[in-house]
Design a protein around this ligand. Structure first.
Ligand SMILES: CC(C)(COP(=O)(O)OP(=O)(O)OC[C@H]1O[C@@H](n2cnc3c(N)ncnc32)[C@H](O)[C@@H]1OP(=O)(O)O)[C@@H](O)C(=O)NCCC(=O)NCCS
Length: 176
C-alpha cells in the first residue's frame, strides 16, 4: 500500500469536515462528549486551519483512497515555543487501521517538519499511547522524553518530546 500525505487546500474542507466528525466520534467514547442537536460534534479550530499560518492541515491517502487526516501546529501547545511542531490531530479511517497507514503517514509528517516535536496523547487512550510509542521510538531511535501534562480541561496527557530529520519518513517498517 502506498501512503501519501498532501497539504489540504480550501477545496478539501468538505472532506476534512466529514473526517473530523468520524475522529470526534471516536474521541467521544473517551471524553463522554455527545453531538449537538443536529447530530454533529463541534471542532472550534477548524476555520483557523485555513487562516492561521501556524496551523497546517493534511489529507492522508492509501493507494488513492481517502485514509485520514492530520492537523499539525508549528508551535508547542505547552510553551508556545515556535521551534517545536505539535501533532494536533491525527486520524486513520477504521477500514484501514493496523495496516501501517498511521505509521507511514506520521513518519512522513515528521520528515516534512524536521526538528523538535511534541505529541500529546491522552493517558486514558491506550491504543494511541501504544501507536505513538511504537512510531516515535522508531523515528527518534529511542531518544524520546516522555512527560505528564494536564490541559485546561483537567485531562491528563503523556507528552512525547523528540527530534526528527528529513530521513524520518524512512523509519523501519514504513512503506512509503
Ligand atoms: C491511533 C491510529 C492513528 C493508529 O493508526 P493505524 O494506521 O491503525 O496504525 P499502524 O497500523 O500504523 O500501527 C503501527 C503500530 O502502532 C501500534 N498500534 C496501532 N494501533 C494500535 C492499537 N489499537 N492497539 C495497540 N497498538 C496499536 C502497533 O505497535 C502497530 O504496529 P503493529 O500493527 O505491527 O503491531 C488510529 O487507530 C486512529 O486514527 N485512531 C483514532 C484517532 C486517534 O486516536 N488518533 C491519535 C490521537 S493522539
Amino acid at each position: 500500500m502506498v501512503v501519501h500525505i498532501t497539504p489540504a487546500t480550501s477545496g478539501d474542507q468538505p472532506v476534512l469536515r466529514n473526517l473530523l466528525q468520524l475522529y470526534l466520534h471516536d474521541f467521544s467514547e473517551l471524553l463522554g462528549a455527545t453531538p449537538d442537536s443536529c447530530g454533529l460534534f463541534d471542532y472550534p479550530h477548524f476555520d483557523a486551519y485555513w487562516t492561521d499560518a501556524g496551523r497546517k492541515p493534511f489529507l492522508l491517502d492509501a493507494d488513492g483512497r481517502v485514509a485520514g487526516f492530520a492537523f499539525v501546529r508549528t508551535a508547542s501547545v505547552l510553551t508556545g515555543a515556535t521551534e517545536i511542531a505539535d501533532m494536533a490531530e491525527f486520524f486513520v479511517v477504521r477500514g484501514l487501521r493496523r495496516r501501517g497507514v498511521g505509521r507511514a503517514a506520521a513518519s512522513a509528517l515528521f520528515a516534512r517538519f524536521p526538528g523538535k516535536w511534541e505529541v500529546r496523547v491522552m493517558e486514558r487512550h491506550a491504543a494511541a499511547l501504544a501507536f505513538w510509542s511504537a512510531v516515535i521510538d522508531d523515528v527518534a531511535h529511542g531518544r524520546t522524553e516522555r512527560l505528564g501534562w494536564v490541559n485546561d480541561g483537567g485531562v491528563r496527557f503523556s507528552v512525547f518530546r523528540f527530534e526528527t530529520d528529513h530521513r524520518s519518513g524512512e523509519a523501519k517498517g514504513v512503506a512509503l
